[in-house]
Design a binder for this molecule. Structure first.
Ligand code: GDP
Length: 301
């Protein structure tokens, strides 16, 4: 089920509460069943869904016992709806503030992720995002694994009018990363984005390389680029990367397509890492800032 359908289903479930003459345990159970089924169909981890069900029940029970409904059916509906809304927000909110780039100093952002996840595209989108907000931004292409990676960076950075660095001859990504970051630091860039190599699958060689690049450029923030369209696999992939790259933020790409999104949502809880942006298209400006509460509000329509 794609994300828009999830929103519609959740909304319909919450609306059904307004039609129930009384809000008792049976009604709450039926509502939670619908909510949980919709989340599971969207690839949200089964354990997270079970937790959500339990937490909502506990919250509603506690609120009603404390008399929050003041004996009124309408208030009881509100208690239930708020408990569900808050728990949906919790699903995408690990409660950790991501790094925020500051002007007048170099902010090194290292992007990691498997090939095809949208890393190179997202690096340019990020550079454009910060450039628009007055940060002098640039990209270092340290992807020497994929043929044509530097050409792709060169083309998209040129189109976006963003400075870039890379090499057609140097084969060591650590050297390129270190050289590029040193050059741009000297030139007083505010946001220096380092695009690293991907691979088709998780390999120890890739993880070793990420650690080495990380040691060489000492990023202020490492961002995992996660493809929403890979479904449940997103969670395992994020866990594996977290162990070696220890990223501090996630960008979920391809949220515009037929992605279910639940796998990426589960990756947040699995790695206790916040999502900072969503990729919503192939164009340079198709990047949306992510915040848990507005995201859930928008999802519910
Ligand atoms: P990389 O191998 O991780 O560097 O991936 P690329 O940046 O080359 O992207 C792989 C493909 O995904 C390209 O065709 C991109 O245009 C596409 N892509 C990246 N981000 C998005 C997104 O948010 N939405 C859509 N629809 N496509 C995207």
């Amino acid at each position: 089920m794609v994300l828009a359908d999830l929103g519609r289903k959740l909304n319909a479930a919450l609306q059904s509460l307004n039609r129930a003459p009384v809000v008792d345990e049976k009604v709450l159970d039926a509502l939670l069943k619908e909510v949980c089924a919709a989340l599971l169909e969207s690839d949200v981890n089964v354990k997270l869904v079970a937790q959500l069900r339990q937490k909502v029940k506990t919250k509603v029970k506690a609120a009603l016992e404390s008399g929050a409904d003041k004996g009124k059916e309408q208030n009881r509906r509100f208690v239930v709806q708020k408990a569900i809304f808050d728990e949906l927000v919790q699903l995408v909110d690990p409660g950790i503030e991501p790094y925020k780039p500051k002007k007048g100093q170099p902010n090194v952002i290292m992007a990691v992720g498997l090939q095809g996840n949208g890393k190179t595209t997202t690096c340019t989108k990020l550079a454009v995002y910060y450039q628009k907000r007055g940060f002098k931004s640039c990209i270092v292409c340290a992807d020497t694994f994929r043929a044509g990676a530097f050409d792709q960076t060169r083309q998209s950075a040129t189109k976006a009018k963003v400075a870039y660095f890379g090499s057609y001859t140097e084969t060591d990504p650590v050297t390129i990363a270190a050289q590029g970051v040193a050059k741009f630091k000297k030139e007083r860039f505010d946001v220096i984005i380092v695009d690293t190599s991907g691979r088709h699958k998780q390999e120890s060689e890739l993880f070793r390389e990420m650690v080495q690049i990380g040691e060489a450029v000492k990023p202020n923030m490492t961002v995992m680029i996660l493809d929403a369209s890979i479904g449940q696999a997103a969670e395992a992939q994020a866990r594996a990367f977290k162990e070696s790259a220890d990223f501090g933020a996630i960008i979920v790409t391809k949220m515009d397509g037929h992605a279910k999104g639940g796998g990426a949502i589960s990756a947040v809880a699995a790695t206790k890492t916040p999502i900072i942006f969503l990729g919503v298209g192939e164009h340079l400006h198709d990047l949306e800032r992510f915040s848990p509460q507005p995201f859930i509000s928008k999802l519910l329509g």
